[in-house]
Design a protein around this ligand. Structure first.
Ligand code: DI6
Ligand code: FE
Length: 414
């Protein structure tokens, strides 16, 4: 990615083929203008109705290109060291993800490499992944900790996330995922949960390094009761909640998360009727992570069609992590959400914009092209919004705008 300019935050985009999700459907304006004043969307509508006062602004002619909200990757674990290519080979030869974890590999492989890595090295490798994401039109990004599992190392990961925020033009939400895996320093999960609730979480809050708290609720990770102890502590501190739920088995984590008004529940392959009903009666977003499904060669589908039919907001994210989703392309995740989970391309677009914003609690600020929101936009060398998810492994980003700041991206791959 080469950035050739990054300038004024007041400008007008003209002749755009604008498509944005809305709460109930989509708005599609074939010849649209968007006026941006001081980084915010001040006006949008038909090109011929652009008010005279905005015609004075510096202008970008989109020349009929597709214009969408900037994409939002609402679930990543992109700060880590090392590689799990060896375990990928094991998975291909019949080993189970849970068995690799039980024999000390899996998440622990990455925890060991990450603990041994310096903050500088972690930052450098994470920035490479972030840059891949920005080159795919991402303007907001969630990043979890969870490969440290001691106060010292979780703080290290969270500081790296802070540095990414300072060094790249992207909105970042940092999520503490201390309950990702039981570390070897603790004999049992309950005493680790006590340590996290009584020591680790308060220190992270004091350092003001987390915007939300997440946990992995599963047989190979933490039970519902253990997760609930964390939720009680985090909620008392006013931190929003998220949960890895029903990925490998049904622990009824989603019902717990809904009871605690979590922002999102993520994965959901094993979600059943009670969980769907709980989500349908809540504001909690269901986050689909099709790359993890693909990498694990899972065969059980998350109940996406039923969730959508019941009006649950469904987001789509990369899950970027070294074990189950070694990828950085949210566009490919959108394609997988369609091909593997049968979402429509427009549902996938809403899932990486409007609903992803809700899953991060930033829906008032970004996620759609609406007056008053931050001018987070992506302009594509495409003629139809469906093409974003239809193309497989193809990135046609022309320009990315973050709070009105634009970058012209030169694609090396074409
Ligand atoms: N579920 C996942 O898919 C990732 N974490 C989680 O709780 C995988 C993390 C890894 O294998 O490193
Ligand atoms: Fe994850």
């Amino acid at each position: 990615m080469a950035i050739t300019d990054s300038t004024a935050q007041s400008l007008v985009l003209r002749h755009a083929n604008l498509c944005t999700p809305t709460a109930t459907s989509h708005v599609h304006i074939h010849d649209a203008s968007v006026a941006i004043v001081e980084g915010r969307i001040a006006w949008l509508g038909e090109e011929r109705q652009l008010p005279a006062r905005y015609r004075e602004l510096p202008e970008h002619d989109c020349d009929g290109r597709l214009l969408t909200p900037g994409l939002i990757d609402c679930h990543t674990h992109l700060v880590f060291a090392g590689s799990r290519a060896q375990e990928f080979s094991q998975l291909l030869h019949g080993a189970e993800y849970a068995d690799i974890a039980a024999s000390g590999g899996g998440i622990m492989t990455t925890v060991n490499a990450t603990r041994a890595a310096s903050e500088e090295d972690l930052l450098e490798s994470a920035l490479r992944r972030v840059d891949d994401m920005l080159a795919c039109g991402v303007t907001s990004l969630e990043i979890k900790s969870g490969y440290g599992l001691t106060l010292e190392h979780e703080l290290k990961l969270l500081r790296v996330i802070q540095q990414i925020r300072a060094q790249r033009p992207v909105r970042i939400r940092a999520t503490l995922l201390a309950l990702h895996k039981l570390p070897p320093e603790f004999e049992d999960a309950d005493s680790y949960v006590t340590y996290v609730c009584d020591e680790l979480l308060p220190a992270v809050i004091k350092a003001d390094l987390a915007d939300a708290v997440d946990a992995f609720c599963d047989q190979i990770a933490f039970s519902r009761d253990q997760v609930e102890r964390l939720f009680v502590a985090a909620r008392a501190a006013g931190l929003p909640l998220k949960l890895h739920a029903e990925q490998l088995s049904n622990q009824r984590g989603s019902e717990l998360a809904v009871a605690y008004q979590a922002l999102s529940v993520d994965h959901l392959e094993y979600l059943e009727a009670d969980g769907i009903a709980a989500l349908a009666a809540s504001d909690t977003v269901a986050v689909m992570l099709p790359c993890a499904f693909y990498t694990l060669r899972e065969t059980r589908l998350p109940p996406v069609t039923r969730l959508l039919a019941q009006g649950v907001p469904v987001a789509v994210a990369s899950d970027c992590n070294p074990g189950t989703a070694p990828m950085t392309s949210l566009l490919l995740a959108m394609n997988m959400a369609c091909t593997l989970f049968r979402m429509t391309p427009l549902q996938a677009l809403a899932g990486t914009t409007l609903h992803a914003a809700q899953a991060l609690g930033i829906g008032a600020e970004t996620g759609s092209i609406e007056v008053g929101k931050s001018a987070d936009l992506a302009c594509w060398d495409l003629s139809r919004p469906e093409e974003l998810a239809y193309l497989v492994g193809v990135n046609r980003l022309h320009r990315r705008y973050y709070a009105g700041q634009h970058e012209h991206l030169l694609h090396k791959q074409h």
